[in-house]
Design a binder for this molecule. Structure first.
Ligand code: T4K
Length: 383
């Protein structure tokens, strides 16, 4: 066990689960000058359009549209498929509130299907159980950057003629066997929130392999306005502003270095967990190029001897603010408490794991001594 100096504990104050990286302030000021000069602040301005071009290339997709947030991107993606009123959309309960709330906000009904024990992504067999004649789409989440079983979900969707949409809020830049994650469904959304590995302060993206959807996705985010005299459909203000786009342009070249730092941090966390019976990580997907958005640790209290919440509290006492994403699960929210979780098992996996999940701080602000503190808490089994 390493000796951790009290001064180090004091100096960490609070170490959060996420920490946004920021571009050089002088370069931000330069970018702002161009905005000040043009006086174009929003409504698909030059920086916005430049960022869309760069993201199309970066994400290796034919269509990448920008939005004000990941949630707005979800709303606009769902809206763009003209699903029947009140349609059911099958999704996972193990996700951030945005996923089912976007479905409900659009007037559809979220239907929860269980997750797989090893990946914690939506279980295609449970999806199959949840399908009714009102089902119109499946909305999978590549949760904590672990990629859904897209071939099996694709087969279920094809068989029942359903749209397949992915929430890739945690999977910016990921790929499976060389296929970019943004090409895996009919549409994929990304979050560019400050807490994400690549951010624009607030922001979101929709990608799609369907080039004919591009104009629709653009119209929905801008009130359906085609030109001064023509409004063709119901849309919202889902646009990204020029300040966010400027941050996005400056941050994009920084992602690779941040990802490398996190890869090495992942290795260190893996090593800490490896010899601890009762602690595990999500399945390793050898064909996946990982986004490195989150590091999830799964605690089996019976074997480990302490609960997830005890570890959470012990870390917090030492200034380490891990997060219990995603507890409570969405089926526990007031709005959805009467919604069942369809599962092939008597007790859904999600009900067992929801009290075992802990996301550790995962960013370049995590220093060696932070890792030592985390190891100390986990290995000592003391508060
Ligand atoms: N789908 C999924 C699967 C998602 O996870 C999300 C968002 C979305 C859709 C929707 O995307 P957006 O509409 O948000 O673009 C945070 C984020 O706000 C949210 O974007 C994210 N998922 C979710 C998993 O995490 P909170 O409520 O945990 O945020 P907060 O404020 O507690 O931040 C977490 C920690 O990050 C803080 O303890 C401190 C640190 N932090 C946070 C902010 C905002 C900073 O250091 N600087 C900051 O500016 O939701």
């Amino acid at each position: 066990m390493k000796d951790i100096k009290e001064s180090q504990i004091d100096s960490i104050e609070k170490l959060y689960v996420a920490q946004p990286f920021l571009p050089d302030l002088n370069r931000v000021v330069e970018m702002l000058k161009s905005i000040w000069e043009s006086k174009i602040l929003t409504n698909e301005g030059p920086l916005h359009n430049q960022l869309e071009d760069e993201l199309r290339t970066y994400l290796k997709v034919p269509v990448a549209k920008l939005y004000a947030s990941g949630t707005t991107a979800l709303l606009c993606a769902l809206r763009s498929f003209d699903l029947p009123e009140g349609a059911e959309i099958i999704t996972t309960p193990l996700t951030f509130a945005a996923t089912p709330h976007a479905i409900s906000f659009c007037g559809y009904k979220p239907v929860f299907a269980d997750v797989l024990e090893d990946s914690l992504t939506i279980d295609p067999a449970s999806v199959e159980l949840a399908v009714t004649e009102r089902t119109a789409a499946v909305l999978g989440v590549h949760v904590y950057s672990t990629i859904c079983d897209t071939p099996k979900l694709g087969r279920v969707c094809q068989e029942h003629d359903l749209k397949l949409i992915f929430d890739a809020a945690h999977a910016f830049g990921a790929s499976v066997d060389g296929t970019p994650v943004g090409m895996l469904g009919d549409a994929t959304i990304f979050s560019l929130h400050a807490t994400k590995i690549y951010h624009t302060l607030e922001g979101g993206i929709i990608t799609t392999p369907h080039e004919d959807l591009a104009e629709r996705l653009r119209l929905v985010r801008n009130f359906g306005i085609v030109d001064e005299a023509t409004v063709t459909e119901i849309g919202i203000n889902g646009k990204m502003n020029e300040f966010s786009a400027a941050i996005g342009l400056l941050n994009l070249p920084l992602v690779a270095a941040e990802r490398e730092v996190r890869k090495s941090l992942r290795g260190r966390y893996d090593a800490i967990i490896a010899d601890q019976p009762g602690l595990r990580r999500q399945i390793h997907q050898p064909k996946v190029e990982h986004s490195q958005q989150y590091y999830l640790m799964i605690v089996d209290p019976e074997t480990f001897g302490r609960t997830r919440d005890q570890i959470y509290d012990a870390l917090k006492e030492r200034g380490v603010y891990a997060r219990r994403y995603f507890w409570p699960t969405c089926n526990d929210y007031k709005a959805y408490e009467k919604y069942p979780v369809y599962s092939t098992l008597e007790q859904p996996v999600v009900e067992k794991v929801k009290n075992q999940l802990l996301c550790l701080p995962f960013h370049s602000g995590v220093k060696d001594f932070h890792v030592d503190i985390i190891a100390d808490v986990l290995h000592n089994r003391t508060g």
